[in-house]
Design a protein around this ligand. Structure first.
Ligand code: FAD
Length: 621
């Protein structure tokens, strides 16, 4: 049957990408359908119950700055918060939260159910309605046809999913959920490049069977960090500690002795796994000289005894998993509540996407999340938000919007994916961003919330909070620039006591703050009243200390902007561009970059080749 209502945007899949996509589109005023296998699993964390971490928290804060759900859900569900790299520079500092699975999921579901313009429906999508080269809607596996202007596909690890425990295999999208096979076959018939990837998860443990007295305790930070720009510590549930255990020689021997029973080593799994989140068999095999690996024993929630032993993801058979776990000090009597497993699934070559995450071959069809070759909730959520907002803009007859590499990690990720593709699950790192100093987690709102407001993603509450913060930062910076310390005054003596040097002339508080030995608390109260909002004080300090570097990065960005504004025609025949090597022609034809700047980022495309393209474009005009 045809469902009577027509939608502007249909989102398939209620994971991290799908929920952000659906919320973004609905916030922008589009009638949105979120079609998912099971309403009970909306926002479910398939693997580790944690959000954020290095590179990833930057994405969460960007989602948040654009009005998304992940940051607030983390504040509502987080049971341990830490600031990683706290002693390093602000560019690489990263907030990480251990989340209570149930509370996190409930927070996401609450936001979805209360979102105007959003309709939830529980069914598996089995087919896409494609008319010529445009998508027109979706058909569920029971034959209900939903018509829509645009479709966003966010099916995660479910397409053609195969679960491996040892040499046993079964079909599944993740443990306990069915795989999407009809849809996978349908998509394979469309002109996309498809390949296989794999990822894995550790066995879960019963806390009642663990001896915590011999494990190292790792409490959260105090004062407790928050994830969302609207987050407050009072939102957090009760906070708990994680613990650290270690593998040992016996653990490693057991793993090596059983490698032939691992589907990855016996060649049963063909998909490539995440390099930066390797299985324990990978770690033991690849880093044979390491006598021990850390295992973080993380609580799965406040109302459960289940634990997540982060660091021993595995697809070894269950009997080996049990021996491996029990070889670890503190886990000698551990009971496994759920076996670990690996999953292999279809992903699509992201080079077949535009910056908006619309596919190049089927109009109005967008892909987001793990199906684009990424791994991680944060990577999925950020793509979902971008695809959802662009699907909404398409339905509203507006041009695509996406952030550039100098504006957001989201811009870096999407540009990396669609320009370079990926052969292994792609995860975010701060090292992927060339303008790290500009793209800090602390200023994600200053970078993006104004755009979010213009796009219709940011509501009045967030806008008011953001505007107040931005004004407070500007006001305090102006005050520091206009407040002077004269030599010979008590304020100057306080500076000399801290720095060991007397002031030879008058300095503004802002000049003093730029000195490495002095921080905001040292200078702000020397003249006038400091602000008591710690996030405002932090921002003023970071901007003061790094202004020189930030200005230099900005100059470089301005230079490159010219290439960013030079489009490469979609029908450009690279074979006819004289002077390009065969290899470069092939790479450009495969990727079909949208701009000259994007072409320059393809590995192997030299500055000389960029000049040749520029000349060719001038000749074409
Ligand atoms: P998912 O969270 O997978 O959500 C997909 C959603 O789509 C589900 O709700 C599903 O029910 C729905 N769906 C699928 N097909 C259909 C259909 N045909 N019709 C309707 N609904 C459909 N990430 C890490 O960062 N580190 C790890 O170590 C890690 N290990 C993992 C281990 C395992 C076993 C798994 C399964 C995942 C792991 N991940 C890991 C990945 C992480 O779970 C994903 O990156 C993230 O969940 C992707 O989000 P997503 O929204 O793209 O898809």
């Amino acid at each position: 049957m045809d469902y009577p209502d027509r939608f502007d945007v249909i989102v398939i899949g209620g994971g991290h990408a799908g929920t952000e996509a659906a919320l973004a589109s609905a916030r922008m005023g589009c009638q949105t359908l979120l079609l998912t296998h099971n309403i009970e699993t909306l926002g479910q964390m398939s693997c580790n119950p944690a959000i954020g971490g290095i590179g990833k928290s930057h994405l969460v804060k960007e989602i948040d700055a654009l009005g998304g759900a992940m940051g607030l859900a983390t504040d509502l569900g987080g049971i341990q918060f830490r600031m990683l790299n706290a002693r390093k520079g602000p560019a690489v500092r990263a907030t990480r939260a251990q989340a209570d699975r149930v509370r996190y999921k409930a927070a996401i579901r609450g936001m979805l159910e209360n979102q105007p313009n959003l309709t939830l429906f529980q069914q598996a999508a089995g087919d896409l309605i494609v008319d010529g080269d445009s998508v027109r809607g979706v058909v569920t596996e029971t034959g209900i046809r939903f018509l829509g202007e645009t479709v966003v596909l966010c099916t995660g690890t479910f397409l053609g999913g195969v679960i491996h425990i040892g040499l046993d295999q079964s079909r599944g999208g993740r443990a306990g959920d069915p795989s999407s096979n009809a849809l996978a076959e349908r998509l394979r018939a469309l002109p996309f490049r498809v390949d296989r990837l794999k990822t894995g998860t550790p066995p879960r443990l019963d806390a009642k069977s663990v001896d915590f007295s011999v494990l190292e305790e790792q409490p959260g930070d105090s004062p407790t960090p928050v994830m969302s720009f609207l987050g407050r510590r009072e939102m957090h549930p009760r906070q708990v500690s994680c613990h650290i255990a270690h593998t040992n020689a016996q653990t490693h021997e057991l793993i090596l002795a059983n490698l032939d029973r691992s589907p990855m080593y016996s060649g049963v799994i063909e998909g490539v796994g995440p390099r930066y989140c390797p299985s324990i068999e990978d770690k033991v095999h690849r880093f044979a000289d390491k006598a021990s690996h850390q295992v973080f024993i993380e609580p799965e929630g406040l109302d459960t005894h289940e634990l997540y032993p982060n660091g021993i993801s595995t697809s070894l058979p269950f009997d080996v998993q049990l021996q491996v776990v029990r070889s670890i000090q503190g886990l000698e009597n551990a009971h496994i509540t759920r076996p670990g497993y690996a999953i292999e699934y279809d992903f699509f070559d992201p080079r077949d996407l535009k910056h908006s995450l619309e596919t190049k071959f089927i109009h109005n069809l967008f892909f987001a999340g793990q199906i684009n070759g990424t791994t991680g909730y944060e990577e999925a959520g950020a793509q979902g938000l971008l695809a959802g907002l662009n699907a909404a803009r398409r339905a509203q007859g507006l041009d695509a919007w996406y952030p550039h590499r100098d504006q957001a990690y989201l811009g870096v990720m999407v540009d990396d994916l669609i320009t370079l593709g990926t052969r292994e699950p792609y995860r975010m790192f701060t090292s992927r961003a060339e303008y790290r100093l500009l793209l800090r987690e602390d200023n994600a709102d200053l970078r993006l919330t104004e755009s979010g407001r213009e796009l219709g993603l940011v509501d009045d509450v967030r806008w008011a909070a953001f505007s107040a913060r931005r004004e407070a930062i500007e006001r305090e910076s102006a005050r520091l620039k206009a407040s002077w310390v004269q030599p010979g005054t008590p304020a100057a003596e306080a500076v000399a006591a801290k720095t060991g040097k007397a002031l030879a002339r008058e300095y503004s508080l802002m000049d003093l703050l730029k000195r490495p030995e002095l921080g905001y608390p040292d200078v702000a109260g020397l003249v006038g009243e400091p602000v008591d909002d710690e996030s405002v004080a932090e921002q003023v300090q970071i901007q003061a200390k790094y202004q020189g570097y930030i200005d230099r990065q900005q100059e470089e960005i301005d230079r490159l902007k010219r290439h960013e504004a030079t489009p490469l025609p979609a029908d450009l025949d690279y074979a006819k561009v004289e002077g390009l090597s065969h290899e470069i022609r092939q790479k450009l034809s495969e990727t079909r970059p949208e701009t000259l700047a994007q072409a320059s980022r393809i590995s192997g495309v030299t500055p000389a080749a960029v000049s040749i393209l520029l000349i060719h474009l001038k000749k074409r005009r």
